[in-house]
Design a protein around this ligand. Structure first.
Ligand code: ADP
Ligand code: MG
Length: 617
C-alpha cells in the first residue's frame, strides 16, 4: 500500500487559514487598519466600495516595506513583529501571526504599493489567489497602500454567504469605530462609494468619541480615571439617562486593542446598578492598561477575546472606579426620564386626585356584604389574584393598601363605578363603564362570557403600527407644521440611515427641510407626535435599523411603522382615564390583526366565566 498522507499545497493551506481570519469584508478592514497602525502611520485612509465586496483599500503614511519585505509579507507566518516565542508575552503590536496578508491574498485580488520614507522608489505587487501576477518598481508616496478587490472571487459559497450591503457596511463601520477609538492620535478618513463617512483629525480621546458618535454625545460623558499598580483606567462612561437599548456603545480597549469581555462588562453593569431601567445598557468607552505579560489575547483567531491573569482584582477596581465617577458627577437616578414623558399627559394628574376618595369606596366594599352577583364575583376573583386569600385582601383594604397602593387605587375606582351603577339602576351607565386599569399596565373589560385583559402597551403598538403602515402605503398623511424647525445632530452613519428611510418617513408626516451628513432639520412632524419625542423616535429607528438584519424580506415601511409604534405607544405604568381605555379597546378591535402586537406577541387574553368558576372550586 502506498502512503496516503500528503502536505497541503500552500494555496490550499492559505485558503483554509483565510476561513479563520477573513469572514467578511469587515475582517479585511480590521487586518489592514491594524497593519497600518503597526507601521506607525499617523494618517490612515479607508476606502471601500459596495460595502467592501468590490473594494477594501487602506492607505497609510507609515514606514513602508523594502522590495523583499513586500514579497515576504504575503508568505504565511511571515511577520516582522515577533522573532521568538518569548516575544509573544510582551506584545505591543496588533499583528503577530503573520497570516493576515497571506490569507487575504489567497481569496482576493490584492494590489500592494509600498515605499519606505528614505527610498527613492517603491514596489508595486499584484497577487491573485496567492499567485504573484506582477511585481514592478513604482513611484509612490512613502507608506503603504493595500487594495483588496473581489473578495472571495474563488470561493463562491463564501461570497454568496455575505449579507446585504447595509449589514456588511455596519460590520465595517463597527471595526472602524473600534480601531479609530483605540487610536485618537491617528487621523482617519473613511470613504464608501465615493462619499466620505468620517473625517477624523488627530485629537484627544473625548473629541474622538464625540466625533464618532455625534456632538450630542459630549454632554453625556462622565470621565473615569484610575491608576493602580495592576491596572490603569481612562475613558468615559455615559450618564445613566443616556443608556441605550442596544450594546452599540460599549467599548473596552485593553492596551489599545478592542476586546470583548462579558466579565468586565458585568463589572460596569454592577457599578450602574439601580441607575438603569430594565433592558437598558450603559454606554462606555474605556481604556485599560495592564502589563502585557498578564494577558493572553491569543486565544481567539480574530483576537477580540482576552484572558486576564487576575480577573477578580480587575473586576473590583473597574467597578469601584466607575461607581466613584458616577457618584462624583452626581448622577441622579434615571427615573426622571420616565416622568418626562408622562408630564405632557394631563390624565396623570386626574388620576392622582382620583386616588383620594378611595377610602370611602373601600368601606363600601365589604366582602361580608357581598351578595354574589355576577359583577362582584368577577371583582373578587380579580382581587384575589395578588394575595393568597381573601382575608389578607380584606386586611389590605382596611389599611388602605400600603403594599400595592396602585393596585387598590385602581380597583376602588372600578368599584366606585360599580356601586354607582348598582344604586342608580342605570343600565346604560353600567354597560358604558366596563373598563378599568390594572397595575397601570392592563385594561380590563367585561365580556358577556367573562372578561378581557388587554396589555395596554402592546395594544397601542398594534393600533399605531397599522395606522403608520396605512399612511405609508397610501402615501398620505397629515403633518403638523413646527413653529421653529427642529435641528438634530447625528453621525454621518446615522443620517445615512435616515436618508434611506426619508421617503417613508415623509409619508408618515415628517417634513425634512435639510438632511446633510451631520444634521437633520425637520419642519413638520406626523400629527399627534409631540416635538419632544422626535429625536427619541429617530434614534430608536436608527438603532432598530442597525439591529434588524434587513435582508430578503426587509420592508422599510414595516420596520419604520414598528419602530415608531414602539416609541410612541402608551407605556406600562401610564395611567389612563376611562375614555382613553375605551378608545384603546375600540381601536384595537378595529385593527386587522388585533390579537398580536407588531412583534407578534399577544395583545390580550380572555378569562371565561368557566375559568373563573373553576378558581372558586
Ligand atoms: P502580522 O501583522 O501578523 O505580522 P500580516 O500578514 O498582517 O501579519 O503582515 C505581514 C507583515 O507585513 C507584517 O509583519 C509587516 O512587516 C508587513 N506589513 C503589512 N502591512 C504593512 C503596512 N501597512 N506597512 C508596513 N508593513 C506592513
Ligand atoms: Mg497584521
Amino acid at each position: 500500500m502506498t502512503d496516503i498522507i500528503q502536505l497541503l499545497p500552500d494555496h490550499v493551506a492559505n485558503q483554509i487559514a483565510a476561513g479563520e481570519v477573513v469572514q467578511r469584508p469587515a475582517s479585511v478592514v480590521k487586518e489592514l487598519l491594524e497593519n497600518a497602525i503597526d507601521a506607525d502611520a499617523s494618517e490612515i485612509k479607508l476606502i471601500i466600495k459596495d460595502a467592501g465586496k468590490t473594494l477594501v483599500q487602506v492607505i497609510d503614511n507609515g514606514k513602508g516595506m523594502s522590495v523583499t519585505d513586500a514579497r515576504l509579507s504575503f508568505e504565511r507566518h511571515a511577520t516582522s513583529k515577533i522573532s521568538s516565542a518569548e516575544d509573544l508575552f510582551s506584545l505591543h503590536t496588533k499583528g503577530f501571526r503573520g497570516e493576515a496578508l497571506a490569507s487575504i491574498a489567497a481569496i482576493a485580488h490584492v494590489e500592494l504599493k509600498t515605499k519606505r520614507p528614505d527610498d527613492e522608489l517603491g514596489t508595486a505587487l499584484e497577487i491573485e489567489g496567492s499567485d504573484v501576477k506582477s511585481q514592478e518598481v513604482t513611484v509612490t508616496p512613502a507608506g503603504t497602500s493595500v487594495a483588496v478587490k473581489h473578495l472571495f472571487f474563488n470561493i463562491p459559497a463564501r461570497r454568496n454567504f455575505l449579507k446585504s450591503d447595509t449589514v456588511e457596511l455596519r460590520h465595517i463601520t463597527d471595526e472602524f469605530h473600534r480601531v479609530a477609538l483605540a487610536h485618537p492620535n491617528i487621523a482617519f478618513a473613511f470613504y464608501h462609494n465615493g462619499s466620505q463617512l468620517f473625517d477624523l483629525p488627530s485629537e484627544n480621546y473625548r473629541q474622538r468619541v464625540v466625533h464618532i458618535f455625534g456632538t450630542k454625545t459630549n454632554e453625556k460623558l462622565v470621565p473615569v480615571n484610575e491608576d493602580t499598580e495592576v491596572l490603569k483606567i481612562s475613558g468615559f462612561v455615559g450618564k445613566p439617562e443616556y443608556s441605550k437599548k442596544t450594546r452599540s456603545e460599549q467599548f473596552f480597549f485593553v492596551n489599545n486593542r478592542f476586546v470583548k469581555s462579558p466579565y468586565l462588562n458585568h463589572a460596569i453593569s454592577a457599578a450602574f446598578e439601580g441607575l438603569l431601567k430594565d433592558g437598558y445598557h450603559p454606554s462606555y468607552f474605556l481604556n485599560l492598561t495592564v502589563d502585557p505579560k498578564s494577558i493572553d489575547i491569543n486565544i481567539h483567531p480574530t483576537k477580540t477575546e482576552i484572558k486576564f491573569d487576575d480577573e477578580h482584582t480587575l473586576y473590583a477596581i473597574l467597578r469601584s472606579a466607575v461607581k466613584h465617577s458616577l457618584g462624583q458627577f452626581n448622577i441622579a437616578p434615571v427615573l426622571d426620564f420616565e416622568h418626562q414623558s408622562n408630564l405632557n399627559t394631563p390624565y396623570n394628574y386626574k388620576n392622582k386626585s382620583a386616588m383620594a376618595p378611595a377610602i370611602e369606596v373601600d368601606r363600601g366594599f365589604n366582602p361580608f356584604a357581598n351578595d354574589g352577583t355576577q359583577h362582584n364575583k368577577n371583582q373578587q376573583s380579580f382581587k384575589k389574584a395578588p394575595s393568597a386569600s381573601w382575608e389578607s385582601l380584606y386586611v389590605g383594604l382596611e389599611s388602605k393598601g400600603n403594599n400595592t397602593p396602585q393596585d387598590f387605587g385602581e380597583m376602588t375606582f372600578e368599584s366606585q363605578a360599580e356601586t354607582k351603577s348598582i344604586f342608580n339602576g342605570d343600565s346604560a351607565l353600567e354597560t358604558k363603564k366596563t373598563t378599568f386599569q390594572l397595575q397601570q399596565k392592563y385594561i380590563v373589560s367585561t365580556l358577556k362570557s367573562g372578561m378581557l385583559i388587554i396589555d395596554q402597551n402592546r395594544a397601542h403598538q398594534r393600533i399605531l403600527y397599522e395606522n403608520f403602515l396605512r399612511h405609508i402605503t397610501i402615501k398620505e398623511a397629515t403633518s403638523q407644521q413646527l413653529l421653529f424647525p427642529l435641528q438634530l445632530h447625528f453621525t454621518p452613519n446615522e443620517t445615512n440611515i435616515i436618508s434611506q428611510l426619508k421617503a417613508d418617513l415623509e409619508h408618515t408626516g415628517f417634513v425634512f427641510y435639510e438632511l446633510s451628513k451631520k444634521e437633520v432639520k425637520i419642519t413638520g412632524v406626523p400629527v399627534g407626535v409631540p416635538e419632544s419625542e422626535v429625536s427619541i423616535i429617530l434614534e430608536q429607528l436608527i438603532s432598530d435599523v442597525e439591529n434588524d438584519v434587513p435582508d430578503a424580506n426587509f420592508s422599510s415601511a414595516d420596520l419604520l411603522s414598528k419602530s415608531m409604534a414602539k416609541s410612541l405607544a402608551i407605556k406600562n405604568g401610564q395611567a389612563l382615564n376611562s375614555t382613553e381605555q375605551e378608545h384603546i379597546v375600540d381601536s384595537l378591535f378595529a385593527c386587522k390583526e388585533p390579537n398580536v402586537s407588531p412583534t407578534n406577541r399577544p395583545t390580550f387574553i380572555t378569562l371565561g366565566v368557566d375559568d373563573i368558576e373553576k378558581k372558586f372550586m
